[in-house]
Design a binder for this molecule. Structure first.
Ligand code: NAD
Length: 481
């Protein structure tokens, strides 16, 4: 195993890239390979980065919005260009297949461009001028924003915070996940070089670095994407200094198939949202409800298609999907498989191993389908975050709506039907941040739709003007005549 030729990735603090205390990042599909060495930070690094961002704030805030937009559009071009070069490195850090890593860069670029296109109108003050007074309601940046992101789609999840933060005049300190820090940071280094020093900073590390950011008194906003249990710690850590917080958390998205759905057309689109990224997407389809009368046909057709998948390293062009990202995730998923195997449900392992000889050198799991399973089973109620999905039979719409809504989560959801009106009226009854009709995957996303969850799936929304709103305060000014 050699580490000599791998990228060494430091923090990014006030334009410097200190690279001390480096730690190896391993390929989750070839565990004996080191793909990068990345700095591990401390609370002192966080303090230096926050102070650099704080010092850069007045200058960036007072930069005309049109000029900020120009710089962010140039950053979007840089990000798109970096995608070509850095997507293979991202594959080797996070375990996805190449098109998934490329999609991450492409979605991130789109978020930067779309947010930039909105911000000048968004920041225009709302004014009232009458006999009594002149009122101006203005949107002002909060100050230093912190972004904390996970490993599954690190580029777009970062851009969902960076774009609205910087466009509205905040400065930023980002903490990437230790499980996918390198490709993201190498792209951000290029972007930061085009911005005034201190506007964009990065500190690497574990939960202690995230906690130090959350509790820092100069941080006025935290944009967090990750698990619900970590979010509880974020809320605790931010409570001492009363910060604004946006939380994008886990989900257990229901997909409700109606009795008039075309099975082939449904599977063609639905499967894009089940096993993509090895099931490690917050708004992946995680439980599928099928009318009892359609169940056997649907489940047979579902299994036939899933059986065509091949699992292997993300750089193998034949791989439908890659390994899980890390050991904890692997243990969690294999434990859920064991519990399901030992239950009354039918656990079916499908697909094939692309390279059986190196299977145990990565966190590989074949796709699984769970048939004849109760909606109360752990595999139906927990966020699996892996290539396993339950198919649950239901008897009528009231029952399935009750089941879909009877979850602590409420991120995405979908209805599958050949009747648009029926789909819309059922969609309106689902408790979730988003409901898609006849789609539930990356292709369902539209930047005009605010993205986020309810209940344990989060607080607040990202994308578009909803996302911009999270990074400004309203400042009301009134002059009496
Ligand atoms: P995680 O919660 O373990 O980690 C997320 C980030 O928080 C990482 O950078 C981590 O280092 C950091 N962190 C850990 N402890 C912290 C602390 N005490 N204070 C502050 N930061 C801390 O999540 P993960 O395993 O990286 O990602 C998987 C989870 O993320 C899943 O639950 C998934 O559903 C969720 N997710 C949600 C969305 C969404 O938009 N809703 C998108 C992607 C992933």
């Amino acid at each position: 195993m050699t580490t000599q030729t791998v990228p060494q990735v430091g923090h990014l603090i006030g334009g410097e890239t200190p690279a001390d205390n480096l730690r190896d990042v391993h390929d989750p599909g070839r565990l004996d390979e080191v793909v990068a060495q990345v700095a591990v930070g401390t609370a002192e690094d966080v303090d230096r980065a926050v102070r650099a961002a704080h010092a850069a704030f007045p200058g960036w805030r007072d930069t005309p919005a049109a000029e900020r937009v120009q710089k962010l559009l140039a950053a979007a071009d840089l990000l798109a260009g970096s995608g070509e070069e850095l997507a293979p490195l991202l594959v080797r850090e996070h375990g996805g297949v190449l098109w998934e890593a490329q999609t991450d860069f492409a979605l991130g670029t789109g978020v930067l461009q779309h947010t930039s296109s909105l911000v000048e109108d968004f920041l225009r003050p709302v004014e009232f001028d009458d006999e009594q007074s002149f009122i101006s309601v203005e949107k002002v940046p909060r100050g230093v924003a912190a972004a904390i992101v996970p490993w599954n789609m690190p580029v777009v999840l970062t851009m969902m915070k960076l774009a609205p933060a910087l466009a509205t005049g905040n400065t930023l300190v980002l903490k990437p996940s230790p499980f996918a820090p390198a490709a993201l940071t190498l792209a951000l280094q290029k972007i930061a070089a085009q911005l005034p020093s201190g506007v964009l900073n990065v500190v690497h590390g574990e939960g202690d670095v995230g906690a130090a950011l959350c509790s820092h008194p100069l941080v006025r906003k935290v944009g967090f994407t990750g698990g619900t249990a970590t979010a509880q710690k974020v809320i605790e850590a931010t409570s001492g200094t009363i910060k604004n917080v946006t939380l994008e958390l886990g989900g257990n998205d229901p997909a409700i198939v109606l009795d008039d759905a075309d099975i082939d057309a449904t599977l063609e689109r639905m499967l894009k949202g089940v096993y993509t990224r090895t099931g490690q997407i917050c708004f992946a389809v995680k439980r599928i409800y099928v009318p009892r009368g359609l169940y056997a046909r649907f489940a047979d057709a579902f299994c036939d298609r899933v059986n065509e998948y091949a699992v292997g390293h993300g750089l193998d062009p034949q791989a439908s999907f890659g390994p899980l990202n890390n050991e904890a995730q692997f243990k969690k998923v294999t434990d859920l498989l064991d519990r399901t195997r030992n239950s009354s449900a039918q656990l079916i392992q499908l697909g094939r191993k692309l390279d059986p000889s190196s299977w145990d050198n990565g966190y590989y799991v074949l796709p699984h389908v769970v048939r004849d399973v109760e909606h109360t089973a752990p595999v139906s109620c927990e966020e699996q975050f892996g290539p396993i999905v339950p198919l649950i039979a239901y008897d009528d719409e009231e029952q399935v709506i009750g089941w879909a809504n009877g979850s602590d989560y409420g991120l995405g959801s979908s209805v599958w039907t050949s009747d648009p009106d029926r789909g819309l009226s059922l969609a309106r009854r689902i408790e979730a941040g988003s409901t898609f009709i006849n789609t539930h995957s990356f292709e369902s996303l539209d930047l005009r739709m605010p993205f986020g969850g309810i209940k344990s799936s989060g607080i607040g929304r990202e994308f578009g003007t909803a996302g911009l709103n999270a990074y400004v305060e309203e400042h009301s000014i009134r002059r009496l005549k």
